[in-house]
Ligand binder design. Sequence first.
Ligand code: NAG
Ligand code: NAG
Ligand code: NAG
Ligand code: NAG
Ligand code: NAG
Ligand code: FE2
Length: 469
Amino acid sequence: MAKMGTSSRVAAAIVVVLGLVSSLAVVCNGGKTSSFVRKVEKTVDMPLDSDVFKVPPGYNAPQQVHITQGDQLGKAVIVSWVTVEEPGSNTVLYWSAYSKKQKSEGKVTTYKFYNYTSGYIHHTTIRNLKFNTKYYYVVGIGHTERQFWFITPPEVGPDVPYTFGLIGDLGQSFDSNKTLTHYELNPQKGQAVLFVGDLSYADNYPNHDNVRWDTWGRFTERSVAYQPWIWTAGNHEIDFAPEIGETKPFKPYTHRYHVPYKASGSTAPFWYSIKRASAYIIVLSSYSAYGKYTPQYKWLEQELPKVNRSETPWLIVLMHSPWYNSYTTHYMEGETMRVMYEPLFVKYKVDVVFAGHVHAYERSERISNVAYNIVNGICIPVKDQSAPVYITIGDGGNLEGLATNMTEPQPAYSAYREASFGHATFDIKNRTHAYYGWHRNQDGYAVTADSMWFFNRYHHPVDDSTSAQ
Ligand SMILES: *[C@@H]1O[C@H](CO)[C@@H](O)[C@H](O)[C@H]1NC(C)=O
Ligand SMILES: *[C@@H]1O[C@H](CO)[C@@H](O)[C@H](O)[C@H]1NC(C)=O
Ligand SMILES: *[C@@H]1O[C@H](CO)[C@@H](O)[C@H](O)[C@H]1NC(C)=O
Ligand SMILES: *[C@@H]1O[C@H](CO)[C@@H](O)[C@H](O)[C@H]1NC(C)=O
Ligand SMILES: *[C@@H]1O[C@H](CO)[C@@H](O)[C@H](O)[C@H]1NC(C)=O
Ligand SMILES: [Fe+2]
């Protein structure tokens, strides 16, 4: 440990010297690389008999209960669950303090993956809910019933406060459990999770053992049965395994996790949008075609002009593979998509982009790199007040462990980076201000290890940079 400390201090000294002697201020002289040097411990998955994976008692009891937004405005919820013994009922019974009990019918599906056969996966959308209302719901009608609740978001509007949680690359290790616990106990109280991809990591097991999709569903139920998680597809959702005859990408993911993509005119569940409170959230797919003329491109091109910032001031984009990443892991993997879409993000003044994939934390300055035209040589990121802040929040704690190796020196666009597991919250106050905080798992629940006041790019485009100069 002492040795590591010394070498990192030497590295820091080199960075400072480079920063002083070099005129390439844009390339080096970056923000803060946290002084936390994590001991690289093995991150291990929780064993199958762990408390968090316990099967609920009772015949055909619903398990892996999860909810997500079910329409574009937040008046519908998709309720999903799995039954094992028999299909049972697709009915959700629900009510609020102000309404009598109502029923909604859904559908059941199953799938096979190599020699695994799934349980009965139920998806039922409940619609025409009242905004800002607590609903109770029951699944498992006819056999073992289980009751949960959720609170619908307030009606979409420009000054509606709302707090989003941010989790990425969660997996199901002991560290994943710590991340989830820290999110649950964060006094900032997230009301919905923006999940930036890589859910179960079942594909790291022999034959992508889909039992680990089931355990992940049971592990996360304690949060996602009560508040919606907004899903983004990561590379660990692809489950492409031709060596065992599994050639249809995203098979387990699309059977288990439904999203309201049709409501935003999308033709595939990998890219879509929702409005929630004062935010407009666009979910993109790093692992679907995004070149010009592709379905995703055409959708995004038509989608961005639809965003009415007088109605939803906050424009948030989720994707899995980050465009700005100064760790050596997955270095520049997001580059081709950045080249395709970054000019649109600047034109439409996206406030913030959340990504995962890199198992660490990083926050950028507001920068863009859109001047380059193949011959002009203008190809370095520059400060740009119309550009989003890019945040990598792939530090959920999965079994692959932390990405600790960073490019040196820290590029100027990188405001803060640290290889620790954690989660973040994005706390919208009104149309001009949002408070963002990153929480590392080693700290107390209320501690923000990195934070920033976001000024809205449309209503309050004042420099909100956290850097000293
Ligand atoms: C699937 O096959 C693997 C070996 O190929 C075996 O270990 C496992 O038990 C099988 N699972 C089922 C559900 O048959
Ligand atoms: C997971 O975290 C919860 C809440 O802190 C705790 O009750 C449970 O024992 C933990 N399980 C494991 C396997 O770490
Ligand atoms: C944008 O939203 C505002 C506030 O809801 C509304 O008054 C206005 O008509 C909308 N503009 C368009 C073009 O729909
Ligand atoms: C660590 O990063 C440096 C660049 O800063 C790179 O040259 C080296 O190969 C990386 N090491 C590993 C183990 O990835
Ligand atoms: C918006 O929220 C910020 C931070 O809480 C506050 O300082 C500001 O006065 C609010 N603006 C309005 C118009 O209420
Ligand atoms: Fe990933």
